[in-house]
Design a protein around this ligand. Structure first.
Ligand code: IPD
Ligand code: CA
Ligand code: CA
Length: 255
């Protein structure tokens, strides 16, 4: 999975180098970015299929491709953080998870620019690169916590709801960040950089790898009702065990 991510990332990093030029051209980089995105998914599909022939594949661009092996499924976002990429902001990721019988058992979130490789295997822990074991942050107080979130944008529902949630949260915490790549937000909770992260409207390919990174680093992931997070749930909240209920309470207070 790491090899596949790095292979796709190489192409993305190369394409990213051209964005600066395209930004100032009249045509703009949008078509170029969507081609880069599709190309990266193709590279991932081929590499993963070669490594494990027959596994099913759910990718953001191609949707579900059923394999002969229905008990295994790759869940892939070739480029998470497209808007950052499009604006020449070097914060995006290749995101791959492996699901076995409905459970995520392996995860890789790879930043093609910093080369940070966040990975986890069920029951074996979560890591950054070869050595660093990931642990969620130990901070337990809201007033010390730094939270990540996703801000809805044009075409998305829930703008009013988001403002209500923000109102509940901002007055109680040390800060709120919107970095623009949900896969990296989740990896950063696993790495203890962010203390919590919540967002509505995410898709399986945004969250699948993060779910395992968070649980294997000692954190908790639920939906915004406090139940186990399932694909298709409207919202997600990830945090350490102590902060999780405190943040959830404030999000729920938003109504
Ligand atoms: C998006 C990013 C972003 C989140 C959006 C996602 P994409 O994924 O993860 O942070 O706020 O909801 O759709 O489109 O860049 O793959
Ligand atoms: Ca995404
Ligand atoms: Ca994407």
């Amino acid at each position: 999975m790491i090899d596949a991510a790095r292979k796709a990332a190489k192409g993305l990093a190369r394409d990213f180098g051209e964005i600066g030029e395209l930004q100032v051209s009249k045509k703009g980089p949008a078509d170029f970015v969507s081609a880069a995105d599709i190309k990266a998914e193709q590279v991932l599909f081929e590499a993963l299929e070669k490594a494990r022939p027959g596994y099913s594949f759910l990718g953001e661009e191609r949707g579900l491709i059923e394999g002969t092996d229905k008990s295994h499924r790759w869940i892939v976002d070739p480029l998470d953080g497209t808007t950052n990429f499009l604006h020449a902001i070097p914060h995006f990721a290749v995101n791959i998870a492996l699901e076995r019988e409905g459970t995520i058992v392996a995860a890789v979130t790879y930043n093609p620019i910093t080369h940070d490789t966040y990975w986890a295997e069920k029951g074996k822990g979560a890591f950054l690169g070869n050595e660093k074991r990931l642990r969620v942050a130990a901070r337990t107080k809201m007033d010390e916590a730094l939270l990540g979130t996703g801000v809805p944008f044009i075409g998305k529902p829930g703008h009013g709801q988001f403002l209500k949630e923000l109102h509940q949260i901002t007055q109680r915490v040390s800060g709120v960040r919107r970095f623009g790549a949900a896969a990296l937000d989740l990896a950063w909770v696993a790495a203890g950089r962010l203390d919590a992260f919540w967002e509505r409207g995410l898709q399986p390919w945004d969250t699948a790898a993060g779910l395992l990174l968070i649980t294997e680093s000692g954190g908790k992931v639920t939906n915004l009702d406090g139940g186990d997070y399932q694909f298709g749930d409207e919202g997600i909240l990830a945090a350490n065990l102590e902060l999780h209920p405190l943040v959830l309470e404030k999000l729920q207070a938003a109504g």
